[in-house]
Design a binder for this molecule. Structure first.
Ligand code: SF4
Length: 219
């Protein structure tokens, strides 16, 4: 199998390869896994970039070192992203750490990660969790955002960055992570069944209408 077709090994513009490694809850991995990553950098001469989506991006790999990096990562508690799936939600620190927080975010994000991260999707869907409307994790600018308020979490849908960024629209409220898991699964299913080409969720919703979308996903 050529390196370009090894799942998770991504060709870069300069001819090198890169690997995305998930960092659940944006929290520093176990010391042993960090040491393994450091050893990998020493052995392979690769660079580790911290992405805005709270992942590690292993850069400067070639044909041989890319394959070796995959082997080394699979021997740790870390997970290289290999397929088009929901992956980890982006999350802020929330309660009890942030003085502005209205809700706890880590257990919420952990449940989303455990129950929805491997949910297959047709195109990119980004999910984020914030402990208050300041939305430091950009929960107001992702496809599915959960923003902590006094009575629970506001659900914001259809946001994204890019050349023509969009703020997510407030489409409802939930009170706990179990409801969030169910909602994210329903949205992923809806998106799989309705997405065409490279559309983001915002475009699909515009096409069918907000009320119809809310009915489809039970909001
Ligand atoms: S979104 Fe709110 S709770 Fe989260 S880090 Fe920012 S200010 Fe704190």
């Amino acid at each position: 199998m050529s390196q370009a077709t090894i799942p998770g090994l991504l060709p870069q513009k300069d001819g090198s390869f890169a690997i995305y490694v998930e960092v659940p809850e944006g929290a520093c991995p176990k010391a042993a896994d960090l040491k393994a990553l450091a050893n990998m950098m020493d052995e392979l001469g690769c660079r580790v970039h911290l992405t805005t989506a709270q992942k590690f991006l292993i850069l400067d790999l070639n044909d041989e070192t890319g394959k070796r990096a995959m082997e080394l990562i699979s021997g740790t508690g870390l997970n290289a992203k290999k397929a088009m799936d929901l992956s980890q939600p982006r999350v802020c620190v929330g309660r009890p750490y942030c003085r502005l927080a209205l809700q706890e975010t880590f257990p919420f994000a952990e449940e989303l990660m455990d129950k929805t991260a491997r949910e297959p999707i047709a195109r990119k869907i980004k999910v984020a969790v914030a402990g208050c409307p300041a939305s430091c994790s950009w929960a107001n600018m992702v496809d599915v955002g959960f923003v902590g308020v006094k009575s629970g979490f506001q659900v914001l849908i259809g946001g994204h960055g890019g050349a023509r960024p969009a703020i997510g629209e407030k489409m409802g409220m939930i009170t706990n992570s179990k409801e969030a898991v169910k909602l994210v699964r329903r949205i992923a299913k809806f998106f799989r069944e309705n997405v065409k080409k490279k559309s983001r969720l915002e475009k699909v919703i515009k096409k069918i209408g907000v009320e119809e979308f809310k009915k489809e996903v039970g909001l």
